[in-house]
Write a protein that binds this ligand. Structure first.
Ligand SMILES: Cc1cc2nc3c(=O)[nH]c(=O)nc-3n(C[C@H](O)[C@H](O)[C@H](O)COP(=O)(O)O)c2cc1C
Length: 363
C-alpha cells in the first residue's frame, strides 16, 4: 500500500507530506474502530519478541525514534502499526514555531533526510492534553523526549528540563533528556562535562522527589549526538554511571556530511538515515567501552534492515529505534525487520530477545 502512496507523498514538499501523514494518523488515533482495523494489519501481523528495558516490559525491541510525533497527536495509530515502544516529542515548555521553512529535505538516492526543524513544538500544555486524551486508546509504552526552548538562555536550560519533567512525570513510561539536537543553538553544549553533570544532577534529584510523590520511579534516558569525540563520550559515560541513568539513546542526527557532491548535503541541519548508520554505530561502540555492561544503550541511526539492527546490537545496543527508514519504506518495515529477527532466532534455537543480544555480544 505504501508503495502506491509514496510517489504521491514524495511529490509534496517533505514537511507538507509529513504533516499530512500525521494529520491522518491523528484522525485514526481518535477512532477505536479505525485503530482495531490498523491493529489487524499492524500489531497482529508483527511477531511478538518480548523484551525489557529499564524495568519496562516491551512487546518487541523496535521503537519509534523522537521527532515524528512531536505533539503526541498520532501515537495510538503509530503503536498499532507494530512498534514495540514510541518516543514522543521533543516537547518544549512553551510553544515555539521552530526554524523558518523550508527546513526538511529528502535525499532519496541516499535514503536520507536533512532537517533543521528546530523543535517546532506546540508546548507542554497541548502535548499533555493530547497524551491524556489518547492514552486510553493504546496500551503502548511511551517515552517523552524533553528539550529546551530556543529563547531560553543556555545558563537557564536546566529550568526548562525541570518544568517539563514535572509536567510529564505522571504520563510517561520513561523520559528522554535531549541534549543533542543540532538545530537549537548551543543545545549541544549541554553535552559538555560540567554542563551535563549539573543538568543530570538536578534532574535526578527532581526525579527522585517526583518518584516519592507519585509512588513510581520512571527511568531517565539521555539522548546524545553522533558528533562527539572519545573524550566527550567518556565524560558522558562517567556521568551516566555516577548518576545511574537508566539508558542512553545513541544517536541523534549528525552535522557532519559524507564526502559527496549531492547538492542537498550543502543544506544546514541534522542528517539522518543511511549515511548516519556507521557514525551512530561507532558512537555506540565507543560508549559501550566506557559504560561496560552497566547501562543499556538504545541504538538509533540509519537502521533499514534486520542486519542493521544486529550491527547496533553487536556494537553494544540492546534495543533500537527508527525514523528515516520508516519514511522511505513505510510501515511494512516494522514487520519486515521483526520477522527477519524472529527467523534468525528460530534458526539459532534462541527463544528470547536477551539471549539473542547476549549471543551477538559474545560472537
Ligand atoms: C525530521 C526529523 C525530526 C527529528 N526530530 C527530533 C526531535 O525532535 N528530537 C529528537 O530527539 N530527535 C529528533 N530526530 C532524530 C531522530 O529521533 C533520530 O535520532 C535520527 O533521525 C536518527 O535515526 P534515523 O536514521 O533512523 O532517522 C529527528 C529526525 C528527523 C529526521
Amino acid at each position: 500500500m505504501y508503495q502506491i502512496i509514496r510517489p504521491l507523498l514524495f511529490s509534496l514538499d517533505a514537511e507538507r507530506g509529513h504533516d499530512l501523514i500525521i494529520a491522518l494518523l491523528s484522525i485514526l488515533s481518535r477512532n477505536k474502530t479505525a485503530l482495531r482495523w490498523l491493529n489487524r494489519r499492524g500489531i497482529q501481523q508483527t511477531p511478538s519478541l518480548p523484551c525489557t528495558l529499564a524495568g519496562l516490559h516491551l512487546p518487541n525491541p523496535l521503537g519509534l525514534a523522537a521527532g515524528l510525533d512531536k505533539n503526541a497527536q498520532a501515537f495510538p495509530a503509530l503503536a498499532a502499526l507494530g512498534f514495540g515502544w514510541l518516543e514522543l516529542g521533543t516537547v518544549t515548555p512553551k510553544p515555539q514555531p521552530g526554524n523558518p521553512k523550508k527546513r526538511l529535505y529528502r535525499i532519496p538516492s541516499e535514503a536520507a533526510l536533512i532537517n533543521r526543524m528546530g523543535f517546532n513544538s506546540g508546548g507542554l500544555e497541548p502535548f499533555i492534553q493530547n497524551v491524556k486524551r489518547l492514552r486510553q486508546n493504546t496500551n503502548a509504552i511511551i517515552g517523552i523526549n524533553i528539550g529546551r526552548n530556543a529563547r531560553t538562555p543556555t545558563n537557564q536550560s536546566v529550568e526548562d528540563y525541570l518544568v517539563s519533567l514535572d509536567a510529564v512525570y505522571g504520563l510517561a513510561d520513561y523520559v528522554a533528556i535531549n541534549v543533542s539536537s543540532p538545530n537549537t543553538k548551543t543545545l549541544r553544549e549541554l553535552q559538555e562535562y560540567r554542563n551535563l553533570n549539573h543538568l543530570v544532577d538536578r534532574l535526578i534529584i527532581r526525579r527522585n522527589e517526583l518518584a516519592t510523590h507519585h509512588d513510581r520511579t520512571i527511568p531517565l534516558f539521555l539522548k546524545i549526538a553522533p558528533d562527539l569525540d572519545p573524550n566527550q563520550i567518556e565524560g558522558i559515560a562517567d556521568i551516566a554511571i555516577k548518576y545511574k541513568l537508566e539508558g542512553i539513546i545513541a544517536t541523534n542526527t549528525t552535522v557532519s556530511r559524507p564526502d559527496s557532491l549531492i547538492p542537498e548535503y550543502q543544506e544546514e541541519g541534522g542528517l539522518s538515515g543511511r549515511p548516519l548508520r556507521k557514525l551512530s554505530t561507532q558512537t555506540i561502540s565507543q560508549l559501550r567501552q566506557f559504560l561496560e555492561s552497566q547501562i543499556p544503550v538504545i541504538g538509533v541511526g540509519g537502521i533499514e534492515s534486520k542486519e542493521d539492527v544486529k550491527e547496533k546490537i553487536q556494537a553494544g545496543a540492546t534495543l533500537v529505534q527508527i525514523y528515516t527508514s520508516l519514511i522511505y519504506q513505510g510501515p511494512a518495515i516494522i514487520r519486515r525487520i521483526l520477522r527477519g529477527l524472529e527467523q534468525d532466532m528460530k534458526s539459532m534455537h534462541i527463544n528470547d530477545w536477551s539471549s539473542l543480544v547476549e549471543r551477538i555480544h559474545s560472537s
